[in-house]
Design a protein around this ligand. Structure first.
Ligand code: C2E
Ligand code: CA
Ligand code: CA
Length: 395
């Protein structure tokens, strides 16, 4: 198991290295900064990274963001920062990118504090790597994605979005699933990242839009007046023809543009601006709704909000799930709802799982809720079965 310790403090690196060796790991690699760490990771099969957050040059937060972009990223153990907000940001970022984080470790590390982490590491890698030791054995290959798209293996699940005031279903988010003939239903983790890296996300988004718009048109014909939200990535938006594609799909199904919402992730909007801005503005001018997804996990949130004509703010589920015990998360929630209100955006809290969380976001001024407390993402037929029972409880 190849480990890497990233810390600008020589003493911490040597100490951690010694302790990890005592716990049975081979001599770990060491890096004094983020850039060197990335070089080592690129050249060796690193499975485990112990990472300091406060470093000169590329700091630990930036390093985590880079790690999230590599195929089969290592598990991560974070040295706790002096400022708890930095640590919270790091954990949040890691969670948003589905990085496997073992935990946060106080400095200096001790055998007692490291041992449970290393045990957890062995457990995780066993699960993730079994049975062979190949790269990411559980994800689809690009070829399988191309074939599966042609065979109709990608399907959409729909998760309701309801108004906090009266519980009315006002929208659904369409979430991609892979109906694999051998392995059953797989979540986005199995194919979205692969598709993005293999340049296949355009085809995937096209299919997702097609399926979602057709479903929304069908529901509208049945008298269900709600929006459908579809996730798009920056790569989709950097092609200026994307706006025409979306408008054409809507026209084909005779669905009014205002019934479609595109969800864009904050951290991904930041990198490139010109083309996405043109695409988003054109779609918005034509009436398509725009939601800023995972709000709070990126960096220049305010800037994005001022520049792009969003209609909806989706606050990341991290803040909802921590708000009951963490005053910082709660403050973040409240200010997000307030900001949405000022900018005349619809606010939506993601990941509401309990009555308590519902009550909390309601009291903080949230407009809409999406989460397991209402319903998980459901196949279209199951959604249709769920809807009347929910409506009966919220006349
Ligand atoms: P997201 O857009 O933030 O989607 C919300 C995720 O939170 C979904 O996971 C949903 O199942 C989950 N979720 C909803 N309510 C709750 C809750 O109460 N508690 C918890 N713990 N989780 C909840 P899912 O379906 O696995 O999707 C993961 C991510 O995959 C999405 O995050 C989105 O970024 C991406 N994704 C899904 N479908 C598509 C797609 O068609 N295109 C693109 N580009 N990305 C997609
Ligand atoms: Ca989303
Ligand atoms: Ca989200």
């Amino acid at each position: 198991m190849n480990a890497l310790i990233v810390d600008d403090d020589d003493f911490m690196r040597v100490l951690t290295s010694t302790l990890l060796k005592q716990l049975g790991l081979p001599t770990p690699w060491q890096a004094a900064d983020g850039a060197t760490a990335l070089e080592i990771i690129a050249a060796h099969d690193i499975e485990f990274v112990v990472c300091d957050l406060e470093m000169p040059g590329m700091d630990g937060i930036a390093l985590l963001r880079h790690l999230a972009q590599i195929e089969n990223p290592p598990s991560v153990l974070i040295f706790s920062a002096k400022d708890r907000r930095i640590l919270a940001t790091a954990l949040q970022l890691a969670a948003a990118h589905n990085l496997d984080v073992l935990g946060a470790l106080a400095k200096p590390p001790t055998p007692e504090s490291l041992e449970p982490m290393v045990n957890a590491l062995h457990e995780r890698r066993k699960v993730r790597r079994a049975p062979g030791d190949g790269p990411a054995p559980d994800r689809l290959t690009p070829d399988a994605i191309v074939d599966g798209l042609a065979l109709g293996h990608m399907v959409m699940a729909f998760q309701p979005q309801v108004a906090v005031g009266d519980g009315r279903v006002v929208g659904v988010e369409a979430l991609a699933r892979w109906d694999d003939p051998k392995r059953g239903l797989l979540g986005p983790w199995a194919f979205i990242g692969v598709a993005e890296r293999a340049g296949l996300i355009g085809e995937l988004t096209h299919r997702a839009l097609e399926l979602s718009v057709a479903q929304a048109a069908e529901w509208l014909a049945q008298g269900h007046d709600f929006t459908v939200s579809v996730n798009v990535t920056i790569d989709d938006l950097s092609d200026v023809a994307f706006a025409d594609l979306v408008l054409r799909l809507l026209a084909q199904q005779e669905l009014a543009p205002k019934r479609l919402v595109l969800e864009v992730t904050e951290s991904k909007i930041m990198r490139e601006v010109a083309a996405p801005l043109e695409v988003l503005s054109r779609l918005r001018l034509n009436g398509v709704g725009l939601a800023l997804d995972d709000y709070g996990t990126g960096a220049s949130s305010m800037e994005q909000l001022a520049r792009i004509p969003f209609t909806e703010l989706k606050v990341d589920r991290h803040f909802v799930s921590h708000a009951l015990e963490d005053p910082d998360a709660r403050a973040m929630l409240e200010s997000a709802f307030l900001l949405a209100d000022r900018l005349e955006l619809t606010s939506l809290a993601e990941g509401v799982e309990t009555q308590q969380e519902w009550d909390l976001v309601a009291s903080l001024g949230c407009d809409r809720v999406q989460g397991y407390f209402v319903a998980p993402p459901l196949a279209a037929a199951r959604f249709e079965a769920w809807l009347p029972t929910w409506q009966a409880r919220h006349p």
